[in-house]
Design a protein around this ligand. Structure first.
Ligand code: PEP
Ligand code: MG
Length: 314
């Protein structure tokens, strides 16, 4: 009885009918590590590694990186840690990676693309992650940001495997990758949807502009359609597919995402109890019904209103 009562408030994420949904934390800076590790989470769904590279004249070397990764893996011993390789870009400027003379940096050589210009950067990072992973019981997965075409995912996965890293995946944050996730799945072991960038690129709306918040609303049915497409492809190949963008932090939207086929949610530690409770109160069939309502809506506000109203009927 006590276990039943607590089921909605702690432990692994599950729907009311027992369908598992992994609840994971996002981690982006060393000062967040203790709080993230203390959270009731199955691990880290998005370990942003940019902090290691910011405010410096050149990239950190292998030993320095390995030491930082080791600390994180030790804090998550026995749990999963999904490490995202360096994602330099318009919103994460790094002078030694990015070229200063791009007119549209959000559309430029960013994310995994910077590995083409400077292959050694990714090589060193993968080597450091692999070295730290060897000394740890954490299940270390690696994923690449800003993958657009299957070849990029395949090359990244091959490089990760060459370093002995068994799980290599791609972020789905460019519409082209969502549309062709079935092809990406041939080389990727898993996916993680970055709804912040996926919204930016789907709506041609700069994610840093508050004026465009309505277009960037993660309830936008077109965004959900892209998530649904990617989730269907992932399921077809038996690949897990998480969401690690802001959308995953909204409990009602999280139910919709699960209804679309998302298998894990990664968010800030404070968001996890609300997500866990929402999942525990709804069956998978109910999540699918909510997802159907959201997809049918004409705009984000209507999608949200329809879903909230159906939830409150229960
Ligand atoms: C995203 O784009 O949704 C994401 C999770 O990555 P970031 O916010 O670091 O670009
Ligand atoms: Mg992103």
């Amino acid at each position: 009885r006590r276990r039943e009562l607590l089921a909605g408030f702690q432990g692994p994420g599950r729907t009311a009918d027992g369908h598992p949904v992994s609840l994971l934390v996002n981690l982006g800076a060393p000062h967040e590590l203790a709080g993230a590790a203390a959270a009731d989470a199955e691990g880290v769904g998005l370990f942003r590694t940019e902090f290691l590279f910011l405010d410096r004249a050149e990239a950190p070397g292998l030993a320095e990186q390995a030491a930082a990764y080791r600390k994180t893996f030790a804090a998550f011993a026995g749990r999963r840690v999904v490490v995202r390789t360096l994602d330099a870009g318009a919103d994460k400027p790094l002078p030694f990676v990015l070229s200063a003379d791009e007119q549209n940096p959000a559309l430029g050589v960013r994310g995994l693309r910077s590995a083409v210009r400077d292959p050694q950067l990714l090589e060193t990072q993968l080597a450091a992650i692999a070295e730290a992973a060897r000394d740890s019981t954490a299940q270390v997965w690696v994923m690449a940001p800003m993958v657009s075409v299957p070849r990029e995912a395949a090359e990244f996965a091959a490089r990760a495997r060459a370093h002995g890293l068994p799980m290599a995946g791609a972020m789905i944050e460019v519409p082209a990758a969502a549309l062709r996730a079935d092809r990406l799945a041939e080389s990727c072991d898993f996916f993680s949807v970055g709804t912040n960038d996926l919204a930016q690129y789907a709506f041609a709306a700069d994610r840093t502009l508050g004026d465009l918040a309505e277009l960037l609303d993660p309830w936008q049915p077109a965004l959900l359609e892209l998530v649904a497409t990617a989730a269907r492809s992932a399921a077809g190949h038996g690949r897990p597919i998480g969401v690690c963008g802001e959308a995953a932090a909204d409990p009602a939207l999280a139910l919709v995402l699960v209804g679309l086929g998302i298998t894990s949610l990664s968010a800030a530690p404070v968001s996890l109890p609300g997500l866990r409770a929402a999942l525990a109160a709804h069956t998978l069939a109910q999540c699918r019904e909510l997802a159907g309502l959201a997809l049918l809506a004409d705009d984000a506000a209507t999608a949200r209103a329809e879903v909230m109203s159906r939830m409150s009927e229960r």
